[in-house]
Structure formats: structure tokens, C-alpha cells
Design a protein around this ligand. Sequence first.
Ligand SMILES: CC(C)(COP(=O)(O)OP(=O)(O)OC[C@H]1O[C@@H](n2cnc3c(N)ncnc32)[C@H](O)[C@@H]1OP(=O)(O)O)[C@@H](O)C(=O)NCCC(=O)NCCSC(=O)/C=C/CCCCCCCCCCCCC(=O)O
Length: 661
Amino acid sequence: MSGADIREFSRPMTGPALVPLIDAIEAGEKPVVAAIEGMALGGGLELALGCHYRIAHSKAQLGLPEVTLGLIPAAGGTQRLPRLIGFPAALDMIITGRRVSAGDALKLGIVDQVTERNAGEVAVAFARSVVDCPLVSRRLSTWPPLCPADLDNILQMALARAWQRGRGALAPVACVQAVQAARLPYSQGMQQEQKLMSMLFASPQARALQYCFFSQRAVGKWSMPNGACWDNSTARPIRKAAVIGLGTMGRGIAVCLVLAGIPVIAMETDEKQLEAARRVVMALLEKEVQKLAVGLHLGLIHFTLEQRYLREVDLVIEAVFEDLALKKQLFAELSSVCHPDTLLCTNTSQLDVDQLATATSRPDLVVGMHFFAPANKIKLLEVVFTSRSSPEAVATAMQLGKWLGKVSVAVANCPGFVGNRMLRPYVEQAGFLLEEGATPEQVDSALEHFGLAMGVFRMSDLSGLDVGWRVRKAAGLTGPGVPQGQLLQTQQGYRYSPLADLICQKGRLGQKTGCGWYLYEGPGGHMARPDPWVHAFLEEYRRVHGLQPRSIGQQEVLERCLFALINEGFRVLEDRIVMDPVALDVIYVLGYGWPAHTGGPMYYAGEVGLPRVLGRLEYYQRVHPDIPHLRPSALLRQLVAKGSPPIHKWMWHIEEGSSRL
Ligand SMILES: CC(C)(COP(=O)(O)OP(=O)(O)OC[C@H]1O[C@@H](n2cnc3c(N)ncnc32)[C@H](O)[C@@H]1OP(=O)(O)O)[C@@H](O)C(=O)NCCC(=O)NCCSC(=O)/C=C/CCCCCCCCCCCCC(=O)O
């Protein structure tokens, strides 16, 4: 039982109400034994906590995931669980919403027995064995709270953790407040639980998080412009895969495949690089084995320099250096080395997948599988199809992503695909704000305050500033031979900030070099500190170019960065790069640390109000007519003209024939 039907939350609820039902079961004179097979989540676990005993199958999982829906476990979960397993363990489960295995539930004391047999049959036998035992001590609501001496401290720390995890989300904090009320008598604690739930239940954050829940499932129902879709296309089984290029991304992808139980050929061209990769990958895998307490066959991965092993694989994921010529050459080689049916996938984050497909003998079997760093942690996968990709190839990549525990989103091929395409105007605005008077930490703090996991400059330092530098060079925006315009600089007719290029020229490439937009404790350091050198550099830059710095408020940072990103999102929709705006939201929440409690950038635009987004873009465009990304998209204008329909109706307003596919 995985809890309430979430769809019911947006409709008038019908009875019977869960709380009195659970209370009645608990108060009853017959022993009730919960037999848990599969899942006991949310209201499912709360119901089990109201039973007098709990028997779980060894494969069962238990949890209170309400926090991920912007809620608290409000059918007594916040009151019974701390009484049963103590405050620290209950706080951990309720604030994170994480699931625990039956084995861990037994250790924590949530279940009384774990069985390998049919849990129902075992529960019946168990019930017979306890039929004459008094029930008084089995009613959790009557237990006195297990209050340790340092409970205040524990609650304070939990509150701090909830603030930190939540980044502005209300539910994690409310979870702590509700659990805190478990030190009161049960009936008073329940009143507090209901009060907090009532506050959250109708909140915009809960609506946004529930939208995220359904969006992440909706993207699995992909379709392509040619009519191919998830339920008319068959995925191929992947019995063995290869990863070529064992840099950071390749290593992470190899780890994902092994963890999913898929045998992997991990290939490099250089012995030293191969050995370095072997050490890192094996260390990562051993850590996972310990963490997950699972038996994992580490022999599933074979490291090699030899292409002949590629003959036996069903799918290759290429993750070599981001260079089109190099990748094209590799794809041409793969055509002759691999079996003719082998799928050839690229992990490129922005190169033209069509061009790679053209270099092969089987363009129909070429797709992009764009993982996000760290590939073994981030749940998102962009599956990039070209006009020639076969439905079978797309279905296989989508299915493989799911098998790896990712949420796969099918997107059409275009520069930067979806995520990085929308990121460009956002990063660009941040650069302009520096020219106009902001510092990296001011911009980042506004964005982090909004809820983003990391501000734009901290994120750039983490990814490496040379990544964007290389892209800008390839696009002819900077580099030797590119004329440097007058400042404010213009390139290709539009305003261009060379600040990031100048920083790179100084050898400041981010965390890996110990400095970038911030200063770190050393190369590879993670602690970003404001850097006086950067401040002096920005001041000098403005002085040389006669730019009068002005004070830039949080609102302007947010509007310029976020609305520019959203505006590009509307253009992505116009171009029909995805079928639906939910895809953009899923990509940003899972891949770019966009706060889930705002639903994602496109949902957020709807909440802010499309007329407001349009109005602010028009205003900034008047002030900065040389920045095309601030020019409102045709779709945004059209939606506002049509009275700002809800997000699920946006695609109805795209003119036929506007697709660039
Ligand atoms: C682990 C899963 C269960 C399964 O995972 P998987 O096998 O991978 O399958 P999925 O692809 O995820 O899902 C398959 C389809 O099922 C749909 N689905 C799944 N779960 C739900 C659900 N809970 N509700 C609706 N639909 C669901 C999913 O969308 C897929 O559909 P489709 O095929 O795409 O169409 C996994 O799905 C999972 O984790 N599910 C969610 C589990 C969860 O979060 N459970 C907690 C729910 S909240 C809850 O249980 C709360 C209970 C107590 C309520 C008590 C309320 C007290 C009332 C107080 C109210 C106060 C209001 C006051 C108002 C006022 O003041 O007036």
C-alpha cells in the first residue's frame, strides 16, 4: 500500500477518513497484524503503525515520503513513529522521506518480524500465536514518548537540517515541528499534526511538489513527431554495454551500469588513464556495496584498451573528450568494430548528434544519452533523438535510463538540447550583471535564496570554466582571430561579456585549479570563498571600459537570470524540442538543482503569472535592446494574449508548422 491516491488531494476528499479508522483498529480488542509485502508508504505505513504487530517480507520497503509531496505524515505518523523508534530515527525518516528495507525496519524496531515466505501466511500464524496476549502494550498511541535528555538539541539540529535541505521548502520544517509535538500526550500531538497538515495541504508548494511527482512519471510516456511513442515501440534488452572514454563522466556512467547489474566493457586508449579510471571506479563501487549492503559482482566490469571487446556489446556509450571531429572519427570506427545491431550512444552535452549519426553506417541506431555529473548520483537522463533515430533506439535508451534508476526525458536534437540550451541565457545574464556592478557572491546568494542548489558562479566553478570557454570558442564568440569589439562588447551583432573568457585566460578554471569566480582551499577544493582578486579584476574591468557600477537588487538578479531561462524554455516549446512543458520542469528539477517546491521553471512561470513574466522581459528588453535573450518569445506573448491558460494547455497554442524538426 503506497499511501493516499495523490490525485485525490486536488479533489474533494471522500471518506472514510484515515485517522479515525487507524485509531479504531488500534483501540480494537482483536489483535491486528499488518502483513507487509512490497511497499508500505505514507498512509500505508501509518495504517501498519496503528496495527498491533507488523510482519514484513524481506523485500518490502517502508517509508513516509509525504515530505516529497509538500506534506507531513498526518495520519498519526509523526506521533506513533517517534514513540516506536525514538526521535532521532523518526526525524531522519520523516524529514528525508527515505524508504528503509525490511531488514533495516527490523533493526529500527518498526517491524516485529521479517520473513522470506508469504507475509500474509506468516502473519496469520503469528496472530494465532499472540491471540491470548494482552494488547494494552501494543497500542503505540498510548506509549509515553521516548524523550532523550538532549531532545531539545536533537530537535534544533533537525530543524537546521530541515532548513538546509529544504532551501525554502515548508514541509521539512513542518515535519520537525510535528515530530516535536510527539513529546505531548497523543491527542494534543495529533491536534498539532492536523494543524500543520491543514497549513501545508492547500499550499502552493504542496501543489508544485505533487505536480513534480506526476511530471516525473509523465515523461516516461514519450513520443516523437513521427508518431513513435512509448506504447508502440519496443526496447531491446541490453545484456552487455560498453563505455568508451573514462574521464569523470565515463567513470560515473560505468558505475551506474554495474550497479544496475549490467556487464560493462570500460575502454580507454591510454594505459595510464585506464589505470587511474580503474582505481576510481572500483573505489566508487566498493563504497556503494558497503552503503547499500548488497552483494555486487565487481567482476561485471572489464577494463580494456582493446576495441575487439566491443564486438560483443549491445550498446556503446561514448564519453570521450567533447570534440566533434574526435567523436565523428570514433563513431566511424565503431561502425566497423561493433556488431551491425549495436546501438551507438553519445554522452555529448551539446554537440550535434545528427552529425555523429551521419558518421556511422547506422544513423537509425544513434541517440544521445546525456548524463549529468556526477553520473552515478544525478537522477536525470536526456535521451536525444535525431530525425533518423529509430523508435527502437529511443525506446531502448529510455528503458535503459529507467533501469539505471534515472528519470529519462526524450528530447529532440538541437544545440545544447534542453537543459544546456536554457542555461545559456541564464549564465549570460549573470555575466552582464557582473559588468553592471554585481559580484559573483551577490548573484549566487540571490539565486540560492530563491532555492537553487547552487548559484550560477559556484556551479560554473564546479563544472570547470573551460567547458563553456571551449563551447564559446567553437561557436566563434572568442579565441584567436575573433575581433574584440568595443565595450560593452558585441559579438556577432549582440552584447557579449568576455569576463568568463578573461578569467579563463588567467588560468582560473574553477575548483580544479583552486580558483575561478571564487577562491578555494587549493586545487580540487570545494569551499568557495569570495575572492578579493575577482573584485579588483571586476572593478578594473569596469574602470577601463567606462562602466559605472550600480547597486543591483535581488529582484533584478532573479528576474533577469530566471526569466531569461524561462523565455528560452518557451522557445524550446515553440521548436517542439519536447512534447510538453513538464519535460523542461523535470530536467531542471532533477538535473540543475531547481527547487522542486516551485515545480520547475515553466510551472513557476505560471505561478508568477505569465503576464508578469512577459511584462518584466519587455521592460528589461527596453533597457537592454542588445540582448536578444530578453526579447519575449512568440509563444509567451501568444499565451498571455489568450488569457494565460494553464500549463497543460500551452502546447495547444503552438502554431502548426512551427516545429524545426
Ligand atoms: C513506489 C511507488 C508506489 C511505485 O513505483 P513504480 O513501480 O516505479 O511505479 P510508478 O511509475 O512510480 O507509479 C505507477 C503509476 O502509479 C501512479 N501512482 C503511484 N503512486 C501513486 C499515488 N500515491 N497516488 C496516485 N497515483 C500514484 C503513478 O503516477 C503511475 O501512474 P501512471 O502509470 O504514470 O499513470 C511509487 O509510485 C511511489 O513512490 N508512489 C508515491 C508514494 C507516496 O508518496 N505515498 C504517500 C502519499 S501521501 C499519503 O499517503 C498520505 C496519507 C495520509 C493522508 C491523511 C490525510 C489526513 C487528512 C488531513 C487533511 C487536512 C486537510 C485539511 C484541509 C482543510 O483544511 O480543509
